[in-house]
Design a protein around this ligand. Structure first.
Ligand code: NAD
Length: 265
């Protein structure tokens, strides 16, 4: 059952081929949004678009590298051509990398900053220009992370990832101000320990570095979650759907936690 009145509100979700992005695409489709399922992996994008159609929704699968400006421009153009006026952009695509800051090489730093931070700028610029041309405003929702607000921790070698996610929070704050005259509301979500392939990677690689059993890093992280369970991608999608809705029409430039109580502020 749809909760919000998003019928016909065209959305783009990046990194929507799996994990949190997939859950967001499916949730927005259930709310009535025609949705562009954009992912670096064209095969998974097609699979999720099929899932949207199975729900009775409208979907456009696109293989897109969000770090490449020409592909981003194409994504926005194709969406407008095939689905109609663009109203919602969800900047979700992201990557992780496990290394202490002392061991982070330039290649890793550049990859994290490009995929996690630069893409938010490029996709938001392209989408906002389209929304301004159309008139009538829009929504940009960025998927940062708890690591966008706090240090991941002494035993969690995610420093460069955290720097890239802090950048997403900063982009959200300033973009919310700059686009306010156009009625384009920009907000950000910060999740905790979400059960996706990304956390499997964090667990595996951190466990290997620390010489502890696979699964133990994740188990220890989840043990610290006040609500006592690992987060599901749908928990994030719930907040994104709300931020896309009319109920969030007086909110912009803000960053909201959905983390089972893990994040203190
Ligand atoms: P995931 O690795 O399961 O999925 C990420 C998706 O992004 C993949 O389908 C991948 O192909 C796609 N992608 C990667 N690089 C891309 C690129 N250059 N262009 C287009 N698509 C690209 O990750 P997830 O856990 O679902 O994470 C989604 C977002 O949520 C990320 O931004 C991540 O940083 C953030 N996040 C995750 C967690 C977590 O615990 N898993 C917590 C907080 C925030």
């Amino acid at each position: 059952m749809p909760r919000y009145n998003l019928e016909g509100q065209v959305a783009i979700v990046t990194g929507a081929g799996r994990g949190i992005g997939r859950a967001i695409a499916l949730r927005l489709a259930r709310e009535g949004c025609p949705v562009t399922v954009a992912d670096l992996d064209g095969e998974t994008a097609t699979q999720v678009a099929d899932e949207v159609r199975d729900l009775g929704g409208q979907a456009l699968p696109l293989q897109v590298d969000v770090t490449r400006n020409e592909e981003v421009q194409h994504m926005v153009h194709q969406t407008s051509e095939e689905l109609g006026s663009l109203r919602i952009l969800v900047n979700n695509a992201g990557i992780g990398a496990i290394a202490t800051l002392l061991e982070t090489d330039e290649e890793t730093w550049d990859a994290l900053m490009n995929v996690n931070a630069k893409s938010v700028l490029l996709c938001s610029q392209a989408a906002a220009r389209q929304m301004i041309k159309q008139g009538g405003g829009g929504r940009i929702i960025n998927n940062a992370s708890g690591a966008g607000k706090i240090a991941p921790g002494k035993g969690m070698p995610l420093g460069a990832y955290a720097a890239s996610k802090h950048a997403v929070v900063a982009l959200t704050k300033q973009m919310g101000l700059e686009l306010s005259d156009h009625g384009i509301l920009v907000n950000c979500v910060c999740a905790g320990i979400v059960d996706t392939p990304m956390w499997d990677l964090i667990d595996r690689e951190t466990a290997a570095q620390q010489g502890v059993p696979v699964g133990s890093v994740k188990a220890q992280a989840v043990a610290g979650v006040p609500l006592g369970r690992i987060q599901q991608p749908e928990d994030v999608a719930n907040l994104v759907a709300f931020l896309a809705s009319d109920d969030a029409s007086y909110m912009t430039g803000q960053t909201y936690n959905v983390s089972g109580g893990l994040l203190p502020y």
